[in-house]
Design a binder for this molecule. Structure first.
Ligand SMILES: NC(=O)c1ccc[n+]([C@@H]2O[C@H](COP(=O)([O-])OP(=O)(O)OC[C@H]3O[C@@H](n4cnc5c(N)ncnc54)[C@H](O)[C@@H]3O)[C@@H](O)[C@H]2O)c1
Length: 333
């Protein structure tokens, strides 16, 4: 079977992590080059993984020895790089969010529709997490009945300095919007947001509580608390007519020590989703080889952004906001 030769743009936290997973070995995939605005950073990673460092993102996208591109640079660069990859006819895995503005996201949708093929996958890797997959299967089996509520919790130990109350919605909650649509297999149509006062540990931003409703009426609540101090913690429980299904804590071991009995909750989010990042890469490259795109499409990325927009409006106006969903192009049906 042919191998997909991958080039990564952006070798910060996420890019370096994806590069390390690829270097460990991912079926059908081989990392061949990295590029970063900071050439020194790209060169260091390239030397450690024995791949090429390329100075310019356009050169990486146009390189005839690179089959597919990963965009792991900051949000504001995603759209222009994704558009260049589409123009070059190359599959591109864009880290979330799809773009930094709705206009840019719409330009990506138009470019893909014009190209007549799905080339973009958005890095919503939770779709590849075994726990969320089992939740979806349990719902699909029918044994639990119809879904009523989806409870989601997203907590970090300490948020980055730049994080504002607005970004808690616009950045941190994005994964929850995508996973809710994935689990429930339907669109979100309205949003309400309530915010408690900022905490003494992060006086510059408020935690957020988001209440969404889907087209069929399922209620989704999402707590996003980026300064919970104790560690990284993601939870989800789907409550149905005849039972519930929930994510279990991910460690396979329990620690009993110093008066405590329980799971470790490290601050770093990456170990929690390591398996999902790897599975995402495997599915992406396998999908490229078999010409069957998988994961979050550009349309899914755009839908997450529409929900974000509605939430921000709801938060600012202290009212329920509708999610205005345009007609889905045939390419994404
Ligand atoms: N899927 C996830 O779970 C997840 C988690 C964290 C971050 N992200 C996303 O991944 C992306 C990167 O986040 P990060 O935490 O790795 O950021 P980071 O700041 O650690 O790394 C970004 C890198 O991109 C480089 N860069 C900046 N502008 C560039 C350009 N024009 N061309 C090439 N390189 C450029 C920077 O020099 C830096 O090395 C963001 O869009 C973020 O939202 C996704």
């Amino acid at each position: 079977m042919k191998e997909i030769r991958i080039g990564i743009i952006g070798t910060g936290v996420m890019g370096a992590d994806h590069a390390a997973i690829l270097a460990e070995g991912v079926a059908n995939a081989r990392l061949v080059a990295v590029q970063d605005f900071d050439l020194g950073r790209a060169e260091t990673i390239a030397a450690s993984l024995d791949v090429r460092a390329i100075a310019d993102a356009d050169a990486l996208i146009g390189d005839p020895d690179i089959d597919a591109v990963m965009v792991c640079s900051p949000d504001g660069t995603h759209a222009s790089l994704a558009l260049k990859a589409i123009a070059a006819g190359k599959p591109v895995l864009v880290e979330k969010p799809l773009a930094a503005s709705l206009e840019d996201a719409e330009a990506i949708i138009r470019a893909e529709v014009d190209a007549g093929r799905r080339l973009v996958q958005v890095g919503f890797m939770r779709r590849f997490d075994p726990g969320y997959r089992e939740m979806k299967q349990a719902l699909a089996s029918g044994e639990l009945g119809r879904p009523l509520f989806l409870h989601c919790v997203h907590r970090n130990a300490v948020g980055p300095d730049y994080l504002t109350s607005e970004l808690v919605i616009a950045n941190s909650a994005g994964h929850e919007f995508d996973i809710a649509r994935y689990l429930l297999d339907e669109d979100i149509t309205s949003a309400i947001v309530a915010s408690p006062p900022a905490t003494r540990n992060a006086p510059n931003r408020q935690p957020q509580f988001i209440l969404l409703q889907t087209r069929s009426g399922v209620v989704v609540d999402i707590e996003v608390f980026t300064d919970a101090q104790y560690g990284y913690d993601v939870r989800a429980e789907l409550v149905c007519e005849e039972g519930t299904v929930a994510l279990d804590p991910s460690p396979a071991t329990t620690i009993r020590a110093r008066g405590h009995d329980g799971f470790r909750t490290p601050a770093d989010w990456r170990p929690r989703f390591r398996q999902a990042y790897r599975a995402q890469l495997e599915a992406w490259t396998t999908g490229i080889l078999s010409n069957t795109p998988c994961g979050s499409s550009a349309w899914d990325g755009y839908m997450a952004m529409l929900v974000t927009t509605a939430c921000l409006h709801a938060w600012k106006t202290r009212s329920r906001a509708a999610v205005e969903i345009p007609e889905k192009p045939f390419l994404y049906r």
